[in-house]
Design a binder for this molecule. Sequence first.
Ligand SMILES: [Zn+2]
Ligand SMILES: [Zn+2]
Length: 208
Amino acid sequence: MKIDLHVHTAPRSKCSNIDPKEIIAEAKKIGLDGICITEHQVLWSTEEISELAGQENIKLFRGNEITTAQGDVLVFGLEKNIEGVIPIQMLKKEVDMAGAFSILAHPFRGFKVFGISDLKMSVEQASKKKALGFVDAIEIMNGKVSGLDNEMAKNVAEQLGLPGTAGSDAHNLDEIGTCVTIFENKIENEQELVTELRARRFSIGSLR
Ligand SMILES: [Zn+2]
Ligand SMILES: [Zn+2]
């Protein structure tokens, strides 16, 4: 089951151009089985999401992209709305208490820009990034960052033995599905999504 775990829609994500009403048709067009809507600090209600999903065969799930002082974290299965920037340690407490699942999004976004690559940051050094100790997984394939950024994330995930997920981080309709997480089992609801993520029963790929 192919799911894009990281999609922003308008107007809830101000940075996005995606009309939520168009995502089902787009998913069908490219052969995607499910989409997680992950706005910034806003969780859709279950009623809204099931209304949007309608009777179609495409699964829609709710996630949330939380801004922490140590980077963006995608959370699934966390009902609590978190406002403002919080320390990642505090988010971990909330996630653990709720039995939710957290993924450090685009963990090395733009690391080259800061000149670190000039110093040849090793995977070992990158693996010491503090935030990595407070999440359940890391995003090793994000559609909006460079190949180098993703490669570093993948190497770090391997080094630390953390599961690596994929998500497009789409802000435009034609970006949905650039990065997808491919689950071994059929997933019907958010609880099952968390279970399958935790069990690491997935691989990654692309539909574009
Ligand atoms: Zn982000
Ligand atoms: Zn995002």
